[in-house]
Design a protein around this ligand. Structure first.
Ligand code: FPP
Length: 277
């Protein structure tokens, strides 16, 4: 097994290495989150059944995770199944996705071990079928001591329901400890999120061109850079992750402050005139 932070650049493909060579290693994101979209369209464009798009999508999950682990990305969080998918998709598709998840975990566990990847989950996991939960727990336990990339699968996940769950936990804690609401801080809310143990994403990638957040990590992405690609998820590979990171590195993150080239601060602007003179 590789110790934490071991780079395995030599394991990248030559095309990936060429993109990696353009990156600033000291400015790599710590956490990349991805909305994997377009499996159905990918299948439709090939006159295939939707489930084949999901099957190809699962292969991409593994390929992208392995590239992430080779460049030493600490956190990769993938939107694999939303609460809305669970409620609104035909039962046959939901059942297929559940079977696919089980078989994905089973058949890729050894590769996760070889790549030092730790698997975790966020979402309302306890509402998933018991046999799926068992397989998830098995994979999480088997990989728990790995120290490379943490692959978090968001399953039966919704950003708003995460906030509801966090507020429920927080309200119970406040009652128990007799805390006053006036003392509440952002940090208190953060502690009760599913993601309390990880940093907020630096970069959010969405495939298939839709300009939506789809109820993903709503609290956590307050200052996240967003990268949308037209590429459909089953066509997304490690090299595209690296290209998204290259684009991210060209951005200037300001967190609400001023950046380079914002112009000089003029004392006169402090005397604001309202209304026409
Ligand atoms: C969107 O495609 C994708 C999903 C429903 C979730 C992502 C699922 C996978 C990548 C496959 C399984 C993952 C694992 C971890 C085993 P869509 O059906 O919404 O595509 P469309 O918008 O083109 O119809």
């Amino acid at each position: 097994m590789y110790p934490t932070g071991t780079l395995r650049i030599h394991e990248l493909t030559s095309e990936e290495r060429a993109v990696y060579a353009t990156l600033k290693p000291e400015c790599l994101p710590q956490h990349v989150a991805i909305i994997m979209d377009g499996n159905g369209r990918w299948a439709g464009h090939r006159s295939l059944k939707r489930f084949l798009g999901h099957q190809q999508g699962a292969k991409c999950v593994q390929l992208v995770t392995e590239t992430a682990s080779r460049i030493g990305l600490p956190w990769l969080t993938l939107y694999a199944f939303s609460l809305e998918n669970n409620l609104r998709r035909p039962r046959a598709e939901v059942n297929f996705l559940m079977r696919l998840l089980r078989s994905y975990l089973e058949s890729n566990l050894q590769r996760m071990m070889d790549n030092n990847v730790r698997i975790r989950y966020i979402g309302r996991i306890r509402e998933l079928p018991p046999e799926v939960q068992d397989k998830m727990q098995w994979a999480a336990e088997a990989t728990a001591r790995n120290t490379g990339t943490t692959l978090t699968l968001a399953l039966n996940y919704g950003g708003r329901s995460e906030l509801v769950d966090a507020f429920r936990g927080l309200a119970a804690e406040m009652q128990r400890k007799h805390l006053s609401p006036d003392r509440l801080t952002e940090e208190d809310i953060h502690r009760h999120l599913y993601t309390a143990h990880m940093p907020d994403p630096d970069l959010l990638i969405r495939t298939s061109g839709e300009m939506r957040l789809s109820n993903y990590l709503l609290w956590q992405i307050a200052y996240t850079e967003i990268f949308v690609t037209e590429r459909l998820w089953p066509d997304f590979r490690g090299i595209h992750l690296l290209e998204a990171i290259a684009d991210f590195q060209r951005r200037e993150r300001r967190y609400g402050g001023l950046g380079e080239g914002s112009g000089e601060v003029d004392e006169e602007t402090e005397r604001v005139k309202i209304g026409a003179s």
